[in-house]
Design a protein around this ligand. Structure first.
Ligand code: SF4
Length: 327
């Protein structure tokens, strides 16, 4: 069952300085269907528009970011809404209780001069009126379920390690059991061992709470580890989407092939080839397929026309003339 759907979503940064207009096409015609109770990954290099996509899906659209086309429709139980049409008050009411967000940096959520307990208090009180005892039970039960020591409640954020702070942030973002959780590079700032623990925590929460997680990271190994389906983003567009196993076994888009081909493999010491060149600036995209200046299979058509994202195999979509045989 679809919980989140967008069709041809376009969100651009539009600025005008000294009469010079600049348009950054960060989200350029994105259509996605995300299912209830799945972990959906969004992958791509830095600057491909994935963080702006998350912002737009969360309804955080402030100038210069402007939505030019498309809706962001949620269907959470009997609550159905286009998040882009909600008032700030309505947005506040659904945030954290229905839709929550785990940022890359825990310090953007935790107040450095307040104990963790106070962060939980103000967070819960903003959505529920509960007694002191109920608050204590709710928080302690949740921390226990997540394997976090109760003592963290007495600590200030700076007294915790980076990994523990990120776990506390995850605990905070999931305490009201939201149905949809966005996680934007949740483990990028952590070392590999701690990273694994944070990703496992997300997995456990999803298993227990049966919510939908939308995970954004450039790290394909994390996607392989946790996601049910993956969308690959390039230059503001989704260029491939499939089940995780299918993407890794049969990548169809040349860019995805490079992404997967450049991953290290145990025991294989051969040289890994990554995509030549670098991604185009979103303010000055090439005509036709945005990947054409880097693509070894480029044709005249690729230089002129933009390939649409179409189903090439069962549930496997791709935007490439080479594969889709689009007419
Ligand atoms: Fe390469 Fe053309 Fe496919 Fe774009 S459409 S990825 S340029 S083959």
């Amino acid at each position: 069952m679809t919980i989140l759907k967008t069709e041809n979503l376009k969100a651009y940064y539009i600025t005008e300085i000294f009469g010079i207009k600049r348009t950054v096409k960060a989200v350029d015609g994105v259509s996605i269907d995300i299912n209830n109770n799945e972990i959906f990954g969004i992958a791509g290099e830095s600057g491909c528009g994935k963080s702006t996509l998350i912002k737009t899906l969360l309804g955080i659209v402030k100038p210069p970011l402007t939505v030019l086309d498309g809706d962001v429709n949620y269907s959470i139980g009997d609550k159905k809404f286009n998040i882009l049409s909600l008032s700030p008050r309505e947005l506040k009411n659904i945030r954290w209780e229905y839709i929550s967000y785990i940022p890359q940096s825990s310090m953007s959520v935790l107040n450095p001069v307040r104990r963790i307990r106070d962060s939980f208090k103000s967070f819960i009180n903003a959505h529920k009126k509960i007694e002191k005892k109920e608050f204590k039970n709710l928080v302690e039960e949740h921390l226990n379920a997540l394997g976090l020591p109760i003592e963290v409640l007495n600590a200030y954020p700076h007294q915790l390690s980076g990994g523990m702070r990120q776990r506390v942030t995850i605990a905070l973002a999931t305490i009201l059991k939201p149905k949809v959780i966005f996680a934007d590079e949740p483990s990028t700032a952590l070392d590999v061992v701690v990273q694994r623990g944070v990703i496992q925590l997300l997995k456990d929460i999803q298993k227990e709470q049966k919510n939908t997680i939308i995970l954004v990271t450039h790290d394909m190994a994390i996607h392989a580890n946790i996601c049910d389906r993956i969308a690959i983003m390039y230059a503001g567009k989704i260029i491939e989407e499939a089940k995780t196993e299918e993407i890794f076994k049969n990548p169809l888009h040349p860019y995805t092939k490079y992404l997967i081909g450049s991953l290290p493999k145990i025991g294989d010491k051969s040289y890994r080839v990554s995509a030549p060149g670098s991604p185009p600036p979103l303010s000055n995209l090439p005509p036709g397929c945005s990947f054409h200046p880097r693509c070894p299979y480029v044709t005249e058509r690729c230089r002129k026309e933009i390939p649409s994202l179409v189903e090439a195999r069962d549930g496997h979509k791709v935007a490439c003339f080479l594969v889709s045989k689009e007419v």
